[in-house]
Design a protein around this ligand. Structure first.
Ligand code: THU
Length: 162
């Protein structure tokens, strides 16, 4: 038996004000998108903003449903909207944030497991690492260069890709 170790780097910014300007702008778009959230059940409002390599920005927010599993996370709403309009343009960055009705979201909001797999799909499609920028409504903001860092040993079966 051999044991391998997987490590990854992430950059930590004390507040969103410390972000590089283009990341700060995208994070701000994610914050605006929070306002469009439909989250009457969790009362946890998530916003996401996607920047494509052609400079276009798409936003999304979580859309819940009275039949709970039907709802969709903000990241997938934003990514699918962008990819539906520009299917041949790669994704450069995604910013994610959230506001909760009952508490302050002071910790960075990372994408859930399903969103990690969904976003990785477009890293595979375009063969480029996507910059992930995630923070709370206040507090630190993390940046990670590429979804493979958040999804080690991801399902990427080459046999299924022509
Ligand atoms: N949610 C997102 O929109 N993105 C995530 O990455 C995590 C969770 C949403 C789903 C649900 O509407 C609410 O947050 C509470 O889980």
């Amino acid at each position: 038996m051999e044991t391998y170790t997987h490590t990854f780097n992430y950059h930590v910014f004390e507040t969103e004000l410390n972000l590089p300007l283009s990341d700060r702008k995208l994070f701000q778009k994610a914050k605006e998108a929070v306002k469009t959230s439909h989250a009457p059940y969790s009362k946890y409002h998530v916003g996401a903003a996607v920047r494509l390599s052609n400079g276009k920005i798409f936003t999304g927010s979580n859309q819940e449903n009275i039949s709970f599993p039907v709802g969709l996370c903000a990241e997938r709403v934003a990514v699918f909207a962008a990819m539906s309009v520009y299917p041949a343009v790669s994704i450069e960055s995604i910013a994610i944030t959230a506001v909760a009705d009952a508490f302050e979201v002071a910790e960075p909001v990372p994408p859930c497991g399903m969103c990690r797999q969904a976003i990785l799909e477009y890293e595979m499609k375009f063969n480029n690492a996507i910059r992930l920028i995630f923070g709370g409504n206040s507090g630190k903001v993390f940046i990670i260069e590429g979804m493979r860092n958040l999804l080690p040993l991801a399902f990427e079966e080459k046999g299924l890709v022509k």
